[in-house]
Design a protein around this ligand. Sequence first.
Ligand code: ADP
Ligand code: ZN
Ligand code: ZN
Length: 733
Amino acid sequence: MVFIQVAVPVPLRQLFTYSHTDTLQSGVRVKVSFGPRQLVGIVIESGIDIDDTSKIKAINEVIDSVPVIDESLRKMAHWLWQYYHHAPGEVIHAMLPVPLRKGEPATPSPAQYIQVTPEGRTTDSDSLSRAPKQMACLEAVVASPLIASEARKTFSPAVVKALIDKALIERVDITPELTAQAWLDTFDIGEKPVPDKEQGVAIAALNQQHGTFAISLLEGVTGSGKTEVYLQSIEPLLKAGKQVLILVPEIGLTPQTVSRFEKRFNIPVGVLHSQLTDAARLSVWQRARAGELGIIIGTRSAIFTPLKNPGMIIVDEEHDESFKQQDGLRYNARDLAAMRAKEHSIPLLLGSATPALETLNNALTGRFAHLQLTRRAAGAQSTKQYLLDARDQPIHYGISEGLLTIMRQHVNAGNQILVFVNRRGYAPALLCHHCGTTAMCKRCDRPYTVHKGQNRLQCHHCGATRSMPKECEACHSHEMVTAGTGTEQVEEGLMKLFPDAKHVRIDSDTVRGKDKLHQTLDAINRQEHQILVGTQILSKGHHFPHVTLVVVLDCDGALFSADFRAPEKLAQLVTQLAGRAGRASKPGEMWLQTHNPHHPLLQDLVNNGYAHFARHALMERKASALPPYISQFVIRAEATESSSAYAFLQQARGVLLNSNAANTSLSGLVPQMTGPFPCLIEKRQGRFRFMLVCSHEKRAPLHNALRLALPYLQGLPQAAKVRWSVDIDPTDF
Ligand code: ADP
Ligand code: ZN
Ligand code: ZN
């Protein structure tokens, strides 16, 4: 009888022991009984010694003959549950594609595909001219067979069925055969520009790192040719049969990145994003693990993709907040990328025009290599930035008179302008003109946002909507007015102010679904619209060569936020927005409308640029003892009674103080604690939210205090009444 430690997917911070007749390899999946349930666990270690064997249950079934988690990923899992103080079984499940969590086979099994029939191949396109969706589906299937479930999702079940009924396509079961380095037969390097001097230096430095662990920051202004550096620095790796993993913030927003890699190397690129079906996700996992895919591009969780011949990891737009998961296992994919690169002895490249202060600090102190691109590629000029003093000016729809004059100049010259508004909807509040009562979401205690187009109110914290009230619920007055401005209202205003210019609004209300966004972006670049109004979406990676003016209507909110990261986020947003505009023949300008034109942060950003601002902000963080100069974790608690959440954190505070004091070797290393105080979003969906922030200049004692405290926190009298979680290196308060 062999005793085996198994990670079982339950929210408990421990491994469980089971028995089996033989030793099992670490990383294979097993089915085990857990209470009344049967769960899929992962073998962590075989042949452990235990004292009391009487209650040990036997493993019910061994699923794999080959581990689904190889040694390097196992080490990463171990690091994850230690570092993030998370339940091991949940960590491992988070790393696996959904079908594998359920115990389905890890190697490709026959899957239902759709393929073209001989009739389909010879059918002429006129016969489907009235059914463009069927035509598109048929064309895709002619190019290569598609996983049936994936095709139904992309083109709709009705389209697939119609083509099957017409006998143009058919269902078949195919078992994909996977070959390592299969791309080498067709590998080809497409047309590429000659790198400029700075790019050349960066590429040469990166080439030196192949086969060793090293981390580099590529700090390059927007449009400076960072992607070109990625392309040229991975070229020798791909040629040698090595795989490259690229993390990006959001594929749906920037599909052109994927096609640039595909085109340059004529190579199979695996793409992992949130819209994929489980089957498609598993297929990429399998092909990457078998070494068939040369390049894997994915969002946050792609960091868990197994690689047979890893060559390099790239994190593009490394400052992007989406790399940090904000619920469950709250990992940061950028930090994990560093762990993985170290484990595989390969380089990690972090690229951004607006690096996170954490990353920049590592580059400035020499922990990371620092590569810089200071000029835009291909002769394009950078956008000039100015502050617009809105004080004492008449404001129309959130736009001051002075700003309007500037906008008119650009519109009259026939150029495009981009207007950034940080809120979607018509207005962030609806209130009574008579008594001032605001329409509130009762579950969040926050004003509803007015959506005029839908004639509804929506809570942007919990998503709840209701019809537009006709009268004030307090005094029954019929005169309701809106307060503040969102994208919808700005667009309405611009239609009145610029009746002859064509407008388009780009926010998550108007561009649901990625096709809609792409169509809109194409139309913009064909100059079908002259005035672009939108939210954050506009800051993400798109290039608008005809835009000569970018305006930001409100940057004052971020100047006075309780979140110490707000200025960094504002500076990143402003810089990324500025980078969307202009080209060699049409340089751009940007105006930030503010009531605080003398604010040092805005002055620094506008006059000296992000690179300077960020270095200055780092000095401020150091002076105020904030990350990255200290380590932090946050314990959050939420409950329907605000007193329960508060009391739990008060007790947690006591436990944390005592846990370190009891550990004599650590005396004097007590973490600093602030709180409990309400989260920035104090109430959501009827639950009150509080947090306790714990900091220390050294990470080890901070984590130690937490490790010692956790078992006691679970047993606190209030623990059963609250939902609580630990967030290590929090980025969001
Ligand atoms: P970034 O990733 O920094 O935004 P890109 O790599 O997308 O920059 O480059 C911006 C534009 O400049 C692209 O159209 C790219 O093809 C072009 N480009 C990049 N490097 C060069 C170069 N050395 N010579 C000419 N054009 C270049
Ligand atoms: Zn009223
Ligand atoms: Zn709400």
